[in-house]
Design a protein around this ligand. Structure first.
Ligand SMILES: Cc1ncc(COP(=O)(O)O)c(CNC2(C(=O)O)CC2)c1O
Length: 329
């Protein structure tokens, strides 16, 4: 762990949910296809339940909740939300109650099947976008307070300054891995949903002075709005850490294929390609689209000679949208 990152994070309560460093894996066949070196940081293997990037954020978010004496966790997402399920599982593991405030069709598949299997309380609302769930989550919190409970609301995707500390810490872990492996990356690529992961990467790179270009592949909202959201979140997190930083704007490219959650043939084909070539499973909502963007831009020479992909998890999405993908292949 980078000493400066360790020192900066020491004062924040953190629950250890990830008992190891996630490995960095070289992809020989994909690298050969692209003519550049492609590595993957296996944050799909963060180890709690379905793993993924959210577990890093939850170490600090649930640490904060416990420090504040909370007894019930509330969070939001689509019914297929990786964030919602892994938050609920972590909360249960810590002996906390949890209520998931979700949107979409209650199809018992993927993460929603896991929510039900684990007996997690879910409230599903018919709203258009996940942020439309915020007033409902606040209502649930109020209802719980009236019952004498102490609720703690985790924002969508854990995208708050406290949650973002999780990916500042990841860069601290990565920097020492790069040193011991003698590896220097030109770019670091991740899937952008709520923007919290990229914000943590951006701030972590600045704090460690690692000369690596952060590149986000947006799977939903993109453009100026998302870039500004990521930079603002990184700045708020820097303020939380009590550091002043100069942040360069991250490059964020649109690989939503037109809409968040839209299942497309190109990504289904890419999931099959990476799965059969490298034995690594990507998902159709996040990592499959992000990796498609990585291959697309690498072919155009826009990502440098050595690229690190952050595999942020999302496996249940394969089972939620499996039939849709098969129909396209
Ligand atoms: C597998 C996977 N990969 C990347 C991301 C994007 O991370 P950020 O939200 O930090 O940008 C998610 C998010 N998912 C959200 C969810 O509700 O699951 C927060 C949107 C993800 O699940």
């Amino acid at each position: 762990m980078h000493p400066k990152i360790r020192a900066l994070l020491a004062k924040f309560p953190r629950v250890e949910l990830i008992p190891w460093e996630t490995p960095i894996q070289y992809l020989p066949k994909i690298s050969e296809m692209l003519g550049v070196e492609v590595y993957v940081k296996r944050d799909d293997l963060t180890g709690l339940g379905i793993g993924g990037n959210k577990v890093r954020k939850l170490e600090f978010l649930l640490g904060d909740a416990l420090a504040k004496g909370a007894d019930t966790i509330i969070t939001m997402g689509a019914v297929h939300s990786n964030h919602a399920f892994v938050t609920a599982l972590a909360a249960k593991k810590l002996g906390l109650d949890v209520v998931l405030v979700l949107r979409g069709k209650e199809t018992i598949k993927g993460n929603y099947l896991l929510d039900k299997l684990m007996g997690i309380e879910t409230r599903v609302y018919d709203v258009e976008k996940t942020p439309d769930l915020i007033p409902y989550a606040e209502e649930v919190a109020k209802e719980l307070e009236e019952q004498g409970k102490r609720p703690y609301i985790i924002p969508i995707g854990g995208a708050s300054p406290v949650g973002t500390l999780g990916y500042v810490r990841m860069i601290g872990e990565l920097s020492t891995q790069m040193m011991s492996l003698g590896l220097k990356f030109d770019t670091i690529v991740d899937a952008v949903g709520s923007g919290g992961t990229l914000a943590g990467i951006l701030l972590g790179l600045e704090l460690t002075k690692l000369e690596v270009d952060p590149v986000g592949m947006a799977v939903g909202i993109f453009g100026e709005k998302m870039t500004q959201k990521v930079v603002d979140l990184a700045k708020e997190t820097a303020k939380l850490l009590g550091v002043s930083v100069e942040l360069k704007e991250p490059r964020i490219h649109d690989y939503s294929f037109g809409a968040y959650g839209k299942i497309v043939r190109e990504v289904a084909e890419l999931i099959r390609l990476v799965g059969t070539k490298e034995g690594i499973l990507l998902d159709p909502v996040y990592t499959g689209k992000a990796f498609y963007g990585l291959m697309d831009l690498a072919r155009k020479g826009e990502l440098g000679e050595r690229i690190l992909f952050i595999h942020t998890g999302g496996m249940p999405g394969i089972f939620h949208y499996g039939e849709d993908m098969l129909r396209l292949l």
